[in-house]
Design a binder for this molecule. Structure first.
Ligand SMILES: [Zn+2]
Length: 96
């Protein structure tokens, strides 16, 4: 995709940082100091981050590119989000 990236501090709510793997693919890693919560996209209320998982291959639900992005789960609600290194979206997945 193209070039107007959000400010790095805003990217993925600061949960992940992006880097380029040795094989040239963009990938994400856990941020060293991730926030404890991120705002709910609908209500704006803070959702507590339960787990951060980065670096595994996954298909982005937004741009459908395969990439090495990051998954976030939240508590107490069973919500999941995917951070995409290709389109740089923070994609909320349908709740379980
Ligand atoms: Zn994507």
């Amino acid at each position: 995709m193209s070039s107007s990236f959000p400010h790095p501090a805003q990217l993925y709510h600061g949960l992940f940082r992006s880097f380029v793997r040795a094989d040239g693919h963009p990938a994400l890693a856990r941020h060293e100091a991730p926030p404890a919560s991120v705002p709910d996209p609908e209500t704006g209320k803070p959702l507590r981050v339960a787990t951060l998982d980065a670096g595994g291959p996954a298909i982005c639900p937004s741009c459908t590119a395969q990439g090495f992005g990051g998954f976030v789960s939240f508590e107490p609600e069973l919500r999941l989000a995917y951070a995409c290194p290709q389109c740089r979206q923070f994609v909320w997945l349908p709740g379980a």
